[in-house]
Design a protein around this ligand. Structure first.
Ligand code: GDG
Length: 486
C-alpha cells in the first residue's frame, strides 16, 4: 500500500525477529545501515520482495529510535531498546537464561525476575510494532527464542492475523524445561501461534510433552488442541500445529562461490600459507559453549600427544567468531579456549607448524568458502545445536565431492546428513577415531559420502524451508486464505 503515509503503511507479510536484517552504524557524520547477511535474511528476501513485506526488529544500537524505511524491497521497522533492556531482555533472559536452558544446561542458566520482566515488556513492544504494520488477515512470522511471548500477544491484539513461529534452537526435554520459573507463560506465549516450527522432530515432541504435562491439553501427532472461549462465549478447541521444519542454507550461493576461480585460488593459497600440511582440519563456529570447541581441540591435542598425528603434517584451523562478549560465561569460555590453544601449541607445535591455527575473527563469506575448499576434514562437534548451518555450508561448498564431514549427533543437521561421520563429542576416543577414519578414508568412499550429503542440501535448501513452513501456515486456518505468495 505504497500510497499511504509511512505511519499508516500495512503489509500482508510481516517478519518479526530480534535483529533487523540490517545493522545501524553510527558515525561522526551521521550514520548508515549495513546489511547483515544471515541465512534467515537470504531465505526471506525473495518472499519479502514478492509480497511487499515488512520486517520488525532491533537495529543493534541501544537508546536510539529510528524511523521505518524501505530497504531492497522490504519495509524495515526498527524497535528501540534501552541499554537496560539490552542487558536484561537480550544478554540476560535470552542469552543467559533461555540459551543455556534450551541447550540442555551445558552452562548454568540464570533465573532473575528482573530479566523476565524486561523480556515480557520487550516482547509486548515487538508485538505492538508488528500489528501496527500488519494489514487485516496478514501473515506474521515470528522468529526465535527471544520472542516466544509475541505470538499470544499478537493474537490478543489482533485475532485476524495468521501467526507462525519458528524456534531456531533446540526445545529441551521436560525434565530440563521444567526448571524455568516462567515455564507456563512461555508455553502460553508460543501457543498463540497457528504453527510452531522446530528444527527436529524431537524438539517438537519435547514441546508437545511440556504442553501435556503443564496444561493437560491433548496432542495428537503434530496437532495440539488448545481450549478457547470464542467471542460468543462458547468453548471450542483451537488447533495449533507443532512440527519440525529443518532450516537450511542458500545452497547455490555457496556452490557458486566455490566455482569462482579466485575463491579456488585462495583455497590453494590458504594451504600454502599453512605450510602445505598433508591434512587440513577446520572448525568454524561462533565462540559459544554449545559448539564443543574444547572437545574437538582435546581430541586433536591427544592425537598429537599419542603420535598418531604430527604438527608437521596436520593442522587444525579453528575460526571462533566473536560472540556475546558482554556475557560473563562467554568471556570465561574465551579464556578457557585460548588457554587450551596455547597449551596444545606449546606442547606439540613446531616452528611454522603451530598445531592449532586459532582465529578469533569474522571473515567474509568468500574467505569462508575458500577455507571450506581447503579443508580435508570439517569438524562439527556441537554438544547441542538446533541445526548447525556450518555443516551444510561445508557440504554445499564441496563441488569437487572432496572433504569429509565429522558431525555431532547432537546437532539438528545429523537428522539429515546421515552420510557424515557421526560422532558423540563427549566420547573423546570416538572423536579421535573418527578423525583418523576421515584422514584415511579411501577417495571413493569420500566422494560417495559427499555426493549423498550434497544431494540432501541441494534438494532441501532454505527456500524449501520457508516455502514448506509458509504453506503449512497458509493452510492452518480453515476459512481464511493467506495472501502470502510463495
Ligand atoms: C542458530 C542456531 C541454527 C560464523 N562465523 C562466521 C560466519 N558464520 C556464519 C556461519 C553460519 C552462521 O554464522 C552460524 O550458524 P549456525 O547454524 O552454525 O549457528 P548459530 O549462530 O548458533 O545459529 C543453529 C541457526 O540458528 C539457524 O536456524 O542452525 O543451530 O544455534 O551461517 O557460516 N560467517 C561469516 N564469517 C564468519 O566469521 N561470513
Amino acid at each position: 500500500d505504497a500510497q499511504s503515509s509511512p505511519e499508516e503503511r500495512t503489509f500482508s507479510f510481516v517478519v518479526v525477529s530480534n535483529r533487523l536484517p540490517v545493522d545501524r552504524v553510527e558515525t561522526a557524520d551521521g550514520g548508515s545501515w549495513n546489511r547483515s547477511p544471515g541465512g534467515l535474511v537470504t531465505a526471506l528476501e525473495p518472499i519479502m520482495a514478492i509480497n511487499d513485506g515488512a520486517w520488525v526488529g532491533w537495529p543493534g544500537i541501544a537508546d536510539h529510535e529510528y524511523e521505518p524505511f524501505d530497504s531492497e524491497g522490504s519495509w524495515l521497522v526498527p524497535v528501540g531498546l534501552s541499554e537496560r533492556e539490552v542487558a536484561d531482555y537480550y544478554e540476560g533472559f535470552s542469552n543467559d537464561t533461555l540459551w543455556p536452558l534450551y541447550h540442555d544446561v551445558i552452562a548454568q542458566p540464570g533465573y532473575h525476575r528482573i530479566w523476565w520482566e524486561a523480556y515480557a515488556a520487550v516482547n509486548q513492544r515487538f508485538a505492538e510494532a508488528a500489528v501496527r504494520v500488519a494489514e487485516h488477515g496478514a501473515t506474521v512470522w515470528v522468529q526465535d527464542y527471544q520472542l516466544q511471548l509475541v505470538p499470544a500477544m499478537i493474537r490478543k491484539l489482533r485475532p485476524d492475523i495468521v501467526i507462525g513461529f519458528f524456534n531456531h534452537i533446540p526445545f529441551p526435554a521436560y525434565g530440563i524445561y521444567s526448571q524455568l520459573p516462567w515455564r507456563r507463560q512461555i508455553l502460553e506465549g508460543l501457543l498463540g501461534a497457528d504453527v510452531i516450527g522446530f528444527q527436529r522432530a524431537a524438539d517438537a515432541g519435547n514441546f508437545a510433552r511440556a504442553v501435556r504435562r503443564l496444561f493437560g491439553y491433548s496432542t495428537k501427532g503434530t496437532v495440539v488442541q488448545v481450549p478457547e472461549t470464542a467471542s460468543d462465549g462458547s468453548q471450542r478447541l483451537r488447533p495449533v500445529i507443532a512440527r519440525a521444519f529443518p532450516i537450511s542454507i542458500e545452497t547455490s550461493a555457496y556452490s557458486d562461490l566455490a566455482k569462482r576461480p579466485d575463491v579456488q585460488e585462495r583455497a590453494k593459497q590458504i594451504r600454502d600459507e599453512l605450510g602445505n600440511p598433508t591434512i587440513v582440519m577446520l572448525g568454524v563456529d561462533r565462540l559459544d559453549y554449545t559448539k564443543g570447541i574444547a572437545h574437538r581441540m582435546k581430541a586433536f591435542g591427544e592425537l598429537l600427544e599419542d603420535g598418531r598425528l604430527r604438527s608437521e603434517d596436520a593442522v587444525l584451523v579453528q575460526v571462533a567468531s566473536p560472540s556475546r562478549e558482554r556475557v560473563e560465561t562467554y568471556r570465561a569460555l574465551r579464556d578457557e579456549i585460548e588457554l587450551m590453544v596455547g597449551r596444545i601449541n606449546g606442547d606439540f607445535g613446531a616452528i611454522g607448524h603451530p598445531g592449532i591455527s586459532y582465529l578469533h575473527h569474522s571473515y567474509p563469506r568468500e574467505e569462508m568458502v575458500a577455507m571450506f575448499l581447503a579443508a580435508d576434514v570439517m569438524l562439527v562437534t556441537a554438544l547441542r545445536d538446533g541445526m548447525n548451518l556450518v555443516a551444510k555450508e561445508y557440504v554445499a561448498s564441496r563441488i569437487d565431492n572432496g572433504g569429509v564431514l565429522i558431525l555431532s549427533e547432537f546437532a539438528g543437521a545429523s537428522d539429515e546428513l546421515k552420510s557424515a561421520l557421526l560422532i558423540n563429542p563427549h566420547d573423546i576416543d570416538g572423536v579421535k577415531d573418527a578423525i583418523m577414519t576421515a584422514i584415511g578414508m579411501p577417495a571413493r568412499e569420500r566422494a560417495n559420502r559427499m555426493r549423498a550429503l550434497r544431494r540432501r542440501v541441494i534438494e532441501h535448501d532454505v527456500d524449501r524451508w520457508s516455502a514448506d513452513f509458509l504453506a503449512v501456515l497458509a493452510r492452518s486456518r480453515p476459512g481464511t486464505s493467506s495472501s502470502v505468495t510463495l
